[in-house]
Design a binder for this molecule. Sequence first.
Ligand SMILES: Cc1cc2nc3c(=O)[nH]c(=O)nc-3n(C[C@H](O)[C@H](O)[C@H](O)COP(=O)(O)OP(=O)(O)OC[C@H]3O[C@@H](n4cnc5c(N)ncnc54)[C@H](O)[C@@H]3O)c2cc1C
Length: 498
Amino acid sequence: MREPRRFDVVVIGGGNAALCAALAARERGASVLVLEKAPEPERGGNSLFTAGGFRFAHTGLEDLRKDVIPDLTPGEATSVEVAPYPEESFHDDLMRLTENLSDPDLADVLVTRSRPTVVWMRSHGVRWILMFGRQSFRVEGTHRFWGGLSVEAVGGGPGLVQALYARAQALGVEVRYATKATRLLLSDQGAIRGVVYRSLQGFGEITAGAVVLAAGGFEANPEWRTRYLGAGWELARVRGTRHNTGDGIRMALEVGAQPYGHWSGCHAVAWDANAPPFGDRRVGDLFQKHSYPLGLIVNLRGERFVDEGADFRNYTYAKYGREILKQPHRVAFQLFDQKVVALLREEYLIREVTKAEGPTIDALATKLEIDAEGLVRTVREFNAAVQPGEFNPAILDRKGTRGITPPKSNWALPLDTPPFVGYAVTCGITFTFGGLRVNTRAEVLDTEDRPIPGLYAAGELVGGLFYQNYPGGAGLMAGAVFGKLAGEHAAEYTTRAS
Ligand SMILES: Cc1cc2nc3c(=O)[nH]c(=O)nc-3n(C[C@H](O)[C@H](O)[C@H](O)COP(=O)(O)OP(=O)(O)OC[C@H]3O[C@@H](n4cnc5c(N)ncnc54)[C@H](O)[C@@H]3O)c2cc1C
């Protein structure tokens, strides 16, 4: 059934990128409809499952206090150390991690618009705080932030999503839940003219001046995972929403959009071995296990297979899920001793954790069903390879190993202080890297590099930014930056065209 009402901008998706697009379009005076495939209690996509951490360029704590976290009291500020994170550093991190493959134009937009977009979100009711718990270590009474990521939304992902929906409602954005977009409609001239959707009442058709696609990647689609990421990926656990099945990408490809980016790549992490197949909104991201730089990671044979201390966790965690998937039975174990257990992140303390403890390495191996002989040998060789030096988790301390493969390049302490603790993890997929090609106005390009008139995209389904690896906190930031751009340009286009 074709609805009589026309919307200037229809946004497909209900996460961070979609809501930023909706707010930006509404701010420009457009009438805006958001179609969210999930029912209302499941709204918010992967954005809801996050810690709400945003990576953006700034020049240090005083800069942040101006217009991002002005509520930090002078007393609090004296015990905090946040190193400047200039645009060049953000850009260099992105390029270093993506093997220089990140699209330079898109990377430039992400970096240069990151800080202004964070301030813009604040003007729409998103409040920011420092990520004390996850991104800082207390060193001599001072909270030292590390790894270029220091700010999160108040209330984490749920707080972020709540704030964005509240603002959308206040501005008069219409949201329809349990409404799945299925097809894009083009005019004879090849411009967007509407969307076909399916709701509980059946199929319907909406006329739209422009459409913003923000429906996430294809991480929750086991068939596409196997097809594009490779054999075995159908067995990965999905960390977030079950609704991101590649619909937005498929719909765009069907009207001639250009596939772009690292289609066989994804963000995947160490995730509790007994986590459910999809994210649990109550537990959120706490199934992740991200303190491995403080210990050792081994497989069922008791063998190490990655450099746990290659870099800050923000720069290694997104690629280590793939390494875990390659191990026997897709499991690995993170091992720690009493020298570091007090430094483990909050996610190690949840009730739903797969953990064992033992007075000896042998006993721990037996409890975790790791080959005991193999593990004892690995730990003996590792301990003997640890070099002297001062351990400092807040910096790359270069306290490494010598003579073993793989090495541990930073934070190498012998595993020698019982009781020993071990956590069983598997591969949890976060989001996929391949998607659609957009230009710096967030317009979707066709296979001849021309914008498809009236079609915009933002968030996970945009390809070209992330290859091989990813700097923590860049996903939400990219979604917000390109979401805002998509909303602005969609509103401009539709008012110009009408
Ligand atoms: C556990 C976890 C923790 C994370 N932590 C962080 C973090 O701290 N910082 C960070 O930067 N990134 C983090 N990420 C990555 C981050 O979630 C994503 O980069 C970001 O949320 C993507 O936003 P999005 O709006 O593109 O997608 P989503 O938020 O996933 O939204 C996609 C939306 O599209 C909807 N949808 C799908 N198909 C259709 C359809 N056919 N019709 C209508 N709607 C549709 C979905 O229901 C959903 O609402 C994390 C991810 C997970 C899973």
